[in-house]
Each structure stands twice: as C-alpha cells, then as structure tokens.
Design a protein around this ligand. Structure first.
Ligand code: AMP
Length: 326
C-alpha cells in the first residue's frame, strides 16, 4: 500500500477536533498498545485536540499502559473522527457507538474481509497493528511528535504480537519501525518485568498443565482449561487464555490448541501453529484469524473431538507434503 493512504489518514487527523480511537474486544497487547500509543502520539502533537480511547472491555495485565476513557454520549460522535485499530470485522469492535462517528478510519493487519472504514489501511503482512502506528509516525516524523509514553505503548504492541520479534511476520521494516521507538529511551527492563512476572500460583498451575497436556497421533498438542481448573487456581479468563503459550515448543507438534470454558457454556479455542495454516479450520468453527494464530468458539464439548480431528489431518497433510518442519 502506498504513501497515499497515510497522507489521507494524517489529513483526516488534522481536520478533526475530536478523535475517538477504538479496538477489538478481548484486548491483547497489540490492540491496547497501538490504540493508547496512537492517542499519546496525537496528544503530544496536537495539544488542543480532544482525543479519547473508548472501549467496553479492558484487561488488568495491560493497565500499566494507561487507563482508557469513559464512554460518551452519541452526540459526541457526530463531529468526531473514529479510528479503529487491529480489528478485522465491525462485529468485533469493542465500542457499539463507533459507527456514529462522522468518518471512520480502519487500520489493521488481519486478512481483509470487511472494509468498514471510509479509509481502510489494511496490510496483512504487517507483524502488528502497532507496527503500522510506528510506521505512520516514521513517515511523518517532521509533523508528529513522539514521546516515551507513546513509544512504550506502541513498542509493547509490537513485542507482544511478534512473540518478542520471533514470529515469521517480523521483517526488516518491523525492526526499523521498532528502532525509532527505542530511540525514545523506553525502559525495557521494567516493560519486560511488567509483561513476564507471574504470581507464585501460576507456577503451580504450570506444573498441572504440563502434566495434563495431550497430543494427537500426528502432533496436535492441546490442553483443556475447565471452569473447575479456573476456579481452583483462581484464574481469570485472561489468565486461562494465556496458558496457550506454555505448550508452544514441542518438537513435531506444529499445531497447538487451548480449549477454555467460557462462563456461558461455550468453549473458547485458541489455535497456534508453526508452518501449517490453521485459520480455515478456525473459520469452520465460528472463528478466524491469521494463518498461524487463530481463535474459534465451540458450542458443544463433542466439537473438541471434531476440531482436533481436522487439525490432526492438517498436520498429516502438511508433514506429507513438506520436509522443512520441526
Ligand atoms: P486469540 O487466540 O484470541 O489471540 O486470537 C488469535 C487471532 O484470531 C486474533 O488475531 C483474532 O483476531 C482472531 N480471532 C480470535 N477469535 C476469533 C473469532 N471468534 N472470530 C474471528 N477471529 C478470531
């Protein structure tokens, strides 16, 4: 995508006095970091504008990046620009009023299926939405003013969505964009402590997960976090969801899955892979996402068996047709 769309976005930002920034529901480091980072960047640059990040949910572990703003009356939206970041479809936007905005800009790095913006800047190959915010800044360094707080939030988005720069989506641009953020003297020791430190209880839980982990014939590793386990270990939905990363490094297991009981009797599925593509299978089970990181929702326990069979077949096909997997 050319620089034209970036020029259009900057022009819209300049044109509006009120800007509302929003993101997807069930936030992660990328959408929180990119939205708050964009707010701090624009506030530092345009001191007289009214810029707010407004959403309907938040997560405890990212609150170190800052509080979000309270919802406002519909009338506030009428002459406001709404910027939606990191959200593929309008149904996943964490702000029911976002379409009340006068104009909408979509900034996203998921596969484009729903161009709901008046301007849509969507680049599927970008490692993180936060990388796109860094790129916006990088393109207009002469007109935008970065500060440490903004850089820390945006950098958090990049490191969380790239597995700390490990994922295949990381390229030279990712590092170039990240480097201008580090120039702001981000306190990385503190940042990584905020992201990594766990309660003692979590280590006990880790032991249980390692004990309970199962693997299918062709190598789909999976765990099932039931409501009972959540209760016993006092896990929030976010804590339970984060356990997927505990089973990501088993040789030959190129797909891994966490099933997590939702309170409404559905089951949240978090799917991850190396090499193999999983988003089509996620779509079959009311979900979607990226080739190597997707999510889905199951309505019955019996669907666990079905999705595992589909994923197992996917690994089988992959291993039969490719030799470079580990
Ligand atoms: P998660 O496991 O929730 O981190 O999701 C991984 C990726 O899959 C994210 O980029 C989400 O956008 C996408 N995703 C997760 N759940 C769903 C869903 N129910 N429908 C569509 N996409 C989803």
């Amino acid at each position: 995508m050319g620089k034209e769309v970036l020029n259009q976005i900057l022009q819209k930002i300049k044109d509006y006095q009120k800007i509302i920034i929003t993101r997807h529901v069930r936030p992660d480091g990328d959408c929180v970091g990119s939205t708050l980072g964009l707010k701090y960047l624009l506030q530092e640059t345009f001191k007289d504008k009214d810029i707010r990040v407004i959403n309907e949910d938040y997560v405890e572990y990212l609150k170190f990046l800052g509080e979000e703003d309270q919802q406002v009356d519909k009338s506030f939206y009428q002459d406001a620009l709404v910027i939606v970041v990191d959200t593929a479809t309008d149904s996943r936007v964490s702000n029911k009023l976002f379409k009340e905005g006068k104009e909408i800009i979509k900034i996203d790095h998921h596969i484009e299926t729903c161009p709901y913006g008046d301007i849509n800047w969507v680049e599927e190959e970008k490692s993180a939405a936060a990388e796109m915010i860094a790129e916006l800044y990088n393109n207009f360094k002469d007109q935008l003013v970065m500060n440490k707080k903004a850089a820390t939030a945006i950098y958090t988005g990049i490191i969380t969505d790239t597995g700390r720069f490990r994922f295949a989506s990381v390229n030279g641009d990712t590092l170039r964009n990240a480097s201008i953020l580090l120039d702001q003297n981000i306190d990385t020791q503190k940042l990584f402590a905020q992201l990594y430190l766990k309660d003692f209880n979590y280590y006990k839980l880790q032991g249980k997960i390692f004990k309970d982990i199962k693997i299918t014939e062709n190598g789909v590793a999976y765990v099932y976090i039931t409501n009972k386990i959540k209760k016993k270990y006092k896990l929030s939905m976010d804590d339970a969801s984060s356990l997927i990363s505990m089973i990501d490094s088993i040789k030959g297991s190129i797909i891994w899955v966490a099933f997590i009981d939702n309170d409404d009797k559905t089951i949240r599925v978090r799917l991850r892979s190396r090499f193999a593509e999983i988003n089509k299978i996620a779509e079959k089970y009311r979900g979607g996402g990226h080739a190597q990181a997707s999510g889905a929702v199951l309505h019955h326990k019996k669907e666990i068996k079905e999705i595992l069979a589909d994923l197992d077949q996917e690994i089988k096909n992959y291993k039969e047709n490719n030799q470079d997997w580990l």
